[in-house]
Design a protein around this ligand. Structure first.
Ligand code: NDP
Length: 449
């Protein structure tokens, strides 16, 4: 039973209203519920913040549009495009674009809500947003991708800008798509500005942006492990996904002497008992980024086990890094991980754990970092890309990597500051309170907007 507040709603009342206002949006409700529950005591003891979460759970603006494009058979295909401009209290909306058939308003609202807290945690002046389409890039030719991106941007361009809303990549949107989207924006707006991040470093991108989410995740995990005098060297690591975040998390784990046992895609996972080394990872990068093939081909090439339609969470490990998608880790998976010896979970993906799974990790007092803290390195370097674009300069690889390391360290410190419960660090609470304060203070300063 949640308590009744003197000011504002109880958690129960809040959730009832939230569900009633957003009846077909389970992912959005899930992400807000996690935050509301962990902020309840904090808001009780800081009554000036009462009522602010209700405002934060309502997007400032949502744009939904038709995306007509012509496929290679000369047929007109219709997809749906979205941009959720969630919160601009501390800066222009900022957050990725996702192209995946599962995309809907609920998923994009949850991502935009999480993004608001994550961007605040980076310490950079970026608001929260997210967008995308139910377009499926799988099996499409480069020309089809280009025509889709051009049509998508033809509508979106009027709603974004370097001081308004700066999208980036996410699932299904990598360097190729950002290139096509940027080209069309430039053509329509008739200006070359940093309106998108994740651009190629040859024309306005930042070094380390592709690596940033995966590397940042591993930097964060190092700080978590250090609180228990542990290090990555020699540890058994499970990674899910085999896209951008998974690849660079794998690379950094290998660099620090960890043994990566698994990677996956939406068809299944590979279990390589000998560990994925740099040469094998190179095979995965070419397979996924150029040939756009399936992870099962890794098992054929390196003669290891492949589990179709399965997830890797039953494999014994010390560290688990879910890097694929939301809700890929159920309660039973969390139990299996902990029972098999896992003591550290760092989320590369956004909300990969169901609330029951993350509650279980906290209850068992393992090192557990939610995505809004652990995967914030990507958007942090996007913020640095915006800075470089504004300054019309390009920073070195080393400088950006140093900045990224500093940012992940500061985010870890914020989580410790607000999440310490005796000896235990509750990273869920720490990241939610740490991300909330800056946005909430800015909203109070700016009045009823
Ligand atoms: P990619 O598209 O590069 O890779 C996604 C990976 O996840 C692929 O291996 C994909 O498999 C798998 N996947 C996608 N959907 C599902 C599904 N429904 N079930 C099982 N596997 C699935 O995306 P990213 O690596 O960029 O993103 C991965 C996660 O990280 C997402 O949650 C994203 O929001 C989050 N993230 C990304 C950031 C970035 O900078 N890119 C920043 C912060 C968070 P398949 O090839 O079969 O689709």
């Amino acid at each position: 039973m949640s308590k009744t507040k003197k000011v504002g709603l109880s958690v129960q009342q809040f959730l009832l209203r939230l569900r009633a206002r957003n009846p077909y949006e389970p992912e959005f409700v899930q992400s807000v519920q996690e935050v509301v529950e962990s902020l309840d005591d904090f808001i009780d003891s800081h009554p000036k913040y009462a009522g602010l979460l209700e405002r934060m759970a309502e997007p400032e603006r949502t744009i939904i549009f038709r995306v007509p494009w012509i496929n290679d058979n000369n047929e007109i295909v219709i997809n749906r495009g979205y941009r959720v401009q969630m919160n601009s209290a501390i800066g222009p909306y900022k957050g990725g674009l996702r192209f995946h058939p599962s995309v809907n308003l609920s998923i994009l609202k949850f991502l935009a809500f999480e993004q608001t807290f994550k961007n605040s945690l980076t310490g950079l002046p970026m608001g929260g947003g997210k967008g995308g389409s139910d377009f499926d890039p799988k099996g499409k030719s480069d020309y089809e991708i280009m025509r889709f991106c051009q049509s998508f941007m033809t509508e979106l361009h009027g709603h974004i800008g370097m001081n308004t809303d700066v999208p980036a990549g996410d699932i299904g949107v990598g360097g190729r798509e950002i290139g096509f989207l940027f080209g069309q924006y430039k053509r329509l707006a008739k200006e070359f500005t940093g309106v998108l991040t994740g651009k190629h470093p040859g024309w306005g991108g930042s070094h380390i942006r592709p690596e940033a989410t995966g590397y940042g995740l591993v930097y964060f995990v190092q700080h978590m492990l250090a609180t228990r005098n542990k290090a990555i060297k020699g540890k058994r690591v499970l990674i899910s996904g085999s896209g951008n975040v998974a690849q660079f998390a794998c690379e950094k784990i290998i660099e620090h002497g960890g043994k990566v046992l698994t990677m996956s895609d939406s068809n299944g996972f590979v279990y390589d008992k000998n560990g994925i080394d740099i040469e094998k990872l190179e095979f995965i990068k070419i397979l996924k980024n150029q040939k756009r093939g399936r992870i099962a081909e890794y098992a054929d090439r390196y003669h290891c086990e492949y589990f179709e339609n399965a997830k890797p969470w039953n494999v014994a490990c010390h560290i688990a890094l879910p890097c694929a998608t939301q809700n890929e880790l159920e309660f039973e998976d969390a139990v299996a991980l902990v029972e098999n010896g896992c003591y550290c979970v760092g989320e590369g993906a956004n909300m990969p754990s169901r609330n029951a799974a993350s509650d279980y990790f906290v209850e068992k007092k393992i090192l557990y970092a939610p995505g809004k803290a652990a995967n914030a390195g990507g958007v942090a370097v996007s913020g640095l890309e915006m800075t470089q674009n504004n300054m019309r300069t390009v920073w070195t690889h080393e400088k950006v990597d140093r900045e990224l390391q500093g940012t992940m360290h500061r985010i870890h410190n914020t989580c410790v500051k607000y999440g310490k419960e005796g000896e235990f660090i509750n990273y869920v609470k720490g990241s939610n309170i740490g991300g909330f304060i800056k946005v909430a203070d800015a909203m109070l300063d700016q009045g009823a907007v």
